[in-house]
Structures are given as structure tokens and as C-alpha cells.
Design a protein around this ligand. Structure first.
Ligand code: LMR
Length: 331
């Protein structure tokens, strides 16, 4: 009897030891978060915040590695890499999903949202929320929207009215809506990766580009662009995405805790996006390297008139109900 008891005890100890060893040496889950912007931008700061929160709350189970500045992948490759399991999280601009879904193209329509409040209202409403699921059939899950801000037009010559853009070459993100927008101005759009923009501008291979104040500042575009027109003509926001295979394969408790960390990091990023916009605009103005052109209401109206026909061109693809909901979010 005594011998049986001690054998059972020894077996129990062995199981306990084995369990301890497995837990102690279990490899944490690795999440690589790849993005293309600088760290001191809404997306860069959001990604770093997410890494910090995960480290604090679940550092024994999950490790997040953030790769900024296109170090790991450019946005032209990152979704493919995510589906292959080489990256687990990314947050490309909403403009960069058109080979996966057409509905997100709505965010590229020029002069659609009057301000970031309207953008937020639309994204959090039923139409915006449904779009998070628009790529699930391709294995891509939308986990949340992240703000950057409204885009400005930078150029080597002053742009005050649409006629100033005729025949000029502009770098755009890989989006047919953005191509149509510049074609409507009789300008020449060129789809190029973000990592190439500075050199293209510096070498004068292109005349201008469109981006937010934080990207124009952090990537030093203002040092090689003497004019920036404060046009606020379009939106540059992001979708934080993961692959369905990776996300659904996580243990339930890990997935739930990671989603909490992500939601908090996104809320943090969204909160600072507006301030960064103002701060970086001011830094550019103070540098004296680039003249900021403010449009008169009449000049602005000319840009609206020139670009707005693009809506009709893409209404079928983005969906009339989505377009109506987006317009209604301005009220
Ligand atoms: C761009 O390519 O201009 C932007 O998408 C970069 C970014 O991610 O903000």
C-alpha cells in the first residue's frame, strides 16, 4: 500500500515537473508588425504602444516585434507576406486594398468627408463596420480603423487652382481612385511605393505628391518641396489587418487579450493623430523650407468641382448605400 502511494506520488511529481518545464520553455507567440512610416507618426506610435501593452500584460505568452520604415516589407508586398505567415499584423492605408476589396475605395473619393469627425462617424457606423469584414473571403481580417488625417498637395510649383496641376507628375498610392482623381485634373499620376517618394521628389523625377502633414514632416518631403497647398482634399487612414489563419488559430484567451491591447493602442493612436497633424504642420511652417498655401473659398471650390466627378465613376464599385451613408456622416 505504502509502495503504491509512493509510486503514485513520484508519478505525480514527474507530471508536475514536466508541466512546469513545458510552460517554462514554451516559446511565446511571435507577432511581427510591419509598416512603412516613421516611428514618430500616429501609426508608428500606435504600433509601439501595442508592443508595450502586450509586453506588460502578456509578455510571457506573446512577443511583438515592430518593423517601421518599410524595413521588412513595403505595402505592395505586406498583405501577401501576411497571408504566407511572414508577418502577422500590418496597417496599410485604406487606399492599398483594392485588389482585395472594392468597397474600401470609398475612402479615397476626393472631398467626401468634411473633417475627421465625419470620418469617425462613418467608420463607427454600420456601413463602416461592415467593411471591416469585406476581405474575409480572401483570408484578411480587419481589426480596426486607425486615423492619420487629411491629405495636402505638395509640389515644386505653387498649386492654387486645378489648372496649375495640368501636365504635372504626382506620386500616388496604388489606387485607381487616386489615379482618376489626378487624371480629372489632367495631371499624370504615378503609382509608387512610399519608400521611394523622397528620392523621386529630390531628383525631380516627379513634381509633387499628396500626403498628410505627419508623413510630409517625418519623411522630410517638405525639404524637397517648396510648396504645400493646404487642400484637405482626401483622407489617409489605415486598416489594421491580420490573417484569418493566424488570428483564428490563437488560443481564445490570448486572442481576446490581444484584441483588448490592440483596441487600446488604436484608441491611443487615434487620439494623438489630430494633435500630430497640427504639430507637424507647424514644424514645417517654422522650418521655412516650404511655403504653405491656403486656398480661398473660391479656389477650393474649383478643386472640388474638378475632382468630384470621380465619385460617379466609382459609385458602382463602392456601393450607392455606402456613398449615401458617407455623405450623411458630414451632417
Ligand atoms: C503612402 O504610401 O503615402 C502612405 O500610405 C504611407 C502611410 O502608411 O501613411
Amino acid at each position: 500500500m505504502k509502495r503504491h502511494a509512493s509510486t503514485a506520488l513520484a508519478a505525480l511529481c514527474a507530471v508536475a515537473l514536466l508541466l512546469c518545464a513545458t510552460t517554462a520553455f514554451a516559446k511565446p507567440i511571435l507577432i511581427k508588425f510591419s509598416h512603412v512610416v516613421a516611428e514618430n507618426t500616429p501609426k508608428g506610435l500606435m504600433a509601439n504602444k501595442f508592443r508595450e501593452l502586450v509586453e506588460q500584460r502578456m509578455g510571457d505568452k506573446v512577443v511583438v516585434e515592430v518593423y517601421p520604415n518599410s524595413q521588412l516589407f513595403g505595402d505592395d508586398k505586406v498583405l501577401e507576406a501576411m497571408l504566407l505567415g511572414d508577418v502577422q499584423l500590418a496597417a496599410p492605408a485604406l487606399s492599398k486594398f483594392e485588389s482585395y476589396t472594392k468597397v474600401l475605395q470609398i475612402y479615397d473619393l476626393p472631398f467626401l468627408f468634411k473633417d475627421m469627425g465625419a470620418v469617425e462617424k462613418f467608420q463607427q457606423g454600420p456601413n463602416g463596420q461592415k467593411m471591416l469584414h469585406s476581405m474575409e473571403d480572401k483570408g484578411v481580417l480587419g481589426l480596426g480603423y486607425l486615423h492619420n488625417g487629411l491629405k495636402q498637395l505638395s509640389s515644386s510649383d505653387p498649386l492654387r487652382v486645378p489648372a496649375d496641376a495640368v501636365g504635372k507628375k504626382f506620386r500616388i498610392m496604388a489606387s485607381d481612385v487616386l489615379a482618376a482623381q489626378f487624371e480629372a485634373l489632367q495631371a499624370i499620376p504615378l503609382k509608387k511605393p512610399f519608400s521611394e517618394v523622397f528620392t523621386l521628389l529630390q531628383t525631380k523625377a516627379i513634381d509633387g505628391q499628396e500626403n498628410t502633414w505627419s508623413n510630409i514632416y517625418s519623411k522630410k518631403f517638405y525639404e524637397v518641396q517648396p510648396y504645400i497647398t493646404e487642400s484637405n482634399h482626401g483622407l489617409l487612414d489605415y486598416l489594421v489587418v491580420t490573417s484569418a489563419e493566424f488570428w483564428n488559430g490563437l488560443p481564445d484567451d490570448v486572442r481576446a487579450e490581444l484584441k483588448k491591447c490592440l483596441d487600446e493602442a488604436i484608441a491611443f493612436g487615434n487620439k494623438i493623430a489630430g494633435d500630430k497633424d497640427d504639430e507637424d504642420k507647424k514644424k514645417i511652417a517654422d522650418s521655412g523650407r516650404s511655403k504653405i498655401i491656403e486656398l480661398t473659398p473660391e479656389q477650393r471650390e474649383q478643386w472640388v468641382e474638378a475632382m468630384k466627378p470621380v465619385w460617379k465613376q466609382f459609385e458602382g464599385q463602392v456601393g450607392t448605400d455606402n456613398l449615401e451613408a458617407a455623405i450623411a456622416s458630414n451632417k
